[in-house]
Design a protein around this ligand. Structure first.
Ligand code: NIG
Ligand code: FE
Length: 411
């Protein structure tokens, strides 16, 4: 499949030698090329340049991009798109005054999703999840991380990860999978959290790594869920199976999970709605990517991750959706980018860097995704005619996407 994009008003995130990630002040720069062409061959970015000196290129299907922007497809490094049913009732309970934590204490929340998932066949789970994947691809997502964590038994966790792997095989999107068995303590282990941790760190990790179902390991490090000691135990156990940590921390409380994650070389620490100075210090000089999930803050009406502060401290930042049935029933990266600008005071340049190149880093995909670089996968968003790239977050309720290309093919 050969494709030639012509007359691109502005080609965004063009990097000849792309860095693995961008941090601090560098996030304010979004390298672009105006009035550009881009050549796609065999699913990869073959070449690009200015329309002023376009070479003769023949035998390619052409797309005229007059007035339109072209940018790398979004890299969504944190999702839970494999789930069963929904939690609409809890949404109404929250409107009526209950908090997310109160709902969980009543047996709702993650445990509620686990009951539904355990009772759902693998086939039905696949179809429900594939629908969501197709939806987010149309919204411009070209690479995605998918977590388990709504199984909470060995068999159901494996079922989730097999579904994620089947999605990876059947769709052109790049998929990374994460084992999140330590998402909540299941009802059967209500008074025996240690017993559940034994299961997660023992049988579950063993079987999941034997079946090569996961790239990463995750845990919900939070009061009422898992402690920092549990987190350290899991990260150590994961390492023995070759799994790098990507962890849920500091959503409601700062309990020291960030420093522990950094110490154990977590690829990313995600949520960070509640952040202390010590947490920020712990991240400095590390290879761990802080990941903000602004649509979760929006949906739960909780604080936004202090992204401005993180970037001003010289740190990198990635943005992801957290698409899941409880805290974020939305996988729209366009909304995430807009909300990061509107509520976290990121500039459009910073937000686009966070949702492309830094998102790719947070999935270990920076060599192949996240920028317009020769040889990288041709995952592209073609916008409708818009005045500037700042219009993307500005027009937060509009769909500015005209076409999405994944692995060189229009979807
Ligand atoms: O990232 N916070 C932990 N896990 C998910 C939500 C889980 C749920 O409520 O179903 C999150 O927000
Ligand atoms: Fe999450």
């Amino acid at each position: 499949m050969k494709l030639l994009l012509l007359n691109i008003k502005e080609l965004l995130q063009v990097r000849e030698n792309a860095p693995a990630k961008v941090a601090g002040k560098d996030m304010a720069t979004l390298p672009t090329l105006k009035n550009a062409w881009l050549l796609v061959q065999d699913g990869k970015i073959k070449n690009y340049g200015s329309m002023d000196n376009i070479p003769t290129i023949e035998g390619f299907k052409t797309i005229d991009c007059k007035g339109k922007m072209v940018l790398p497809a979004w890299c969504d490094s944190h999702t839970h798109i494999v789930y069963a049913g929904n939690r609409e009732q809890e949404f109404v309970d929250r409107i009526n005054g209950l908090s997310y934590q109160e709902i969980a204490e009543k047996g709702g929340g993650i445990v509620n999703s686990a009951k539904k998932l355990q009772a759902t066949t693998e086939e039905a789970l696949y179809h429900q999840s594939a629908k969501r994947l197709e939806e987010v691809m149309c919204l411009g997502t070209g690479a995605i991380e998918i977590k388990s964590g709504y199984g909470l038994t060995t068999e159901a966790e494996m079922k989730m990860l097999r579904v994620a792997k089947k999605l990876a095989a059947n769709y052109p999107v790049a998929v990374k999978t994460t084992f999140l068995g330590a998402h909540a303590v299941p009802t059967e282990f209500k008074d025996n959290k240690e017993g559940y941790m034994d299961l997660v760190c023992g049988e579950m990790l063993q079987k999941i790594s034997e079946a090569k179902l996961a790239d990463y390991v995750d845990i919900f490090c939070e009061d009422g869920y898992f402690t920092v000691a549990d987190t350290v135990r899991l990260m150590k156990a994961g390492k023995k199976h070759g799994l790098i940590p990507k962890i849920h921390v500091n959503q409601f409380n700062a309990i020291g999970g960030i420093a522990a994650g950094v110490k154990h070389n977590a690829l990313s620490v995600d949520h960070l709605e509640v952040l202390t100075k010590t947490d920020i210090e712990a991240l400095k000089g590390s290879d761990t990517m802080p990941v903000a999930l602004p649509s979760c803050s929006y949906f739960l009406s909780i604080p936004y991750t202090p992204g401005r502060e993180l970037i001003d401290a010289g740190l990198p930042l990635a943005l992801a959706t957290d698409y899941n049935p409880g805290s974020t029933p939305s996988g729209n990266m366009n909304f995430v980018v807009a909300t990061a600008c509107i509520k976290m005071r990121l500039t459009p340049e910073e937000a686009i860097n966070a949702a492309t190149i830094n998102g790719a880093y947070a999935m270990g995909l920076s060599d192949t995704h996240g920028s317009i670089t020769k040889g990288k996968t041709a995952n592209l968003i073609i916008t409708k005619p818009i005045p500037s790239y700042g219009f993307l977050p500005y027009a937060f309720g509009s769909n500015c996407i005209e076409n999405v290309i994944i692995k060189g093919k229009a979807i």
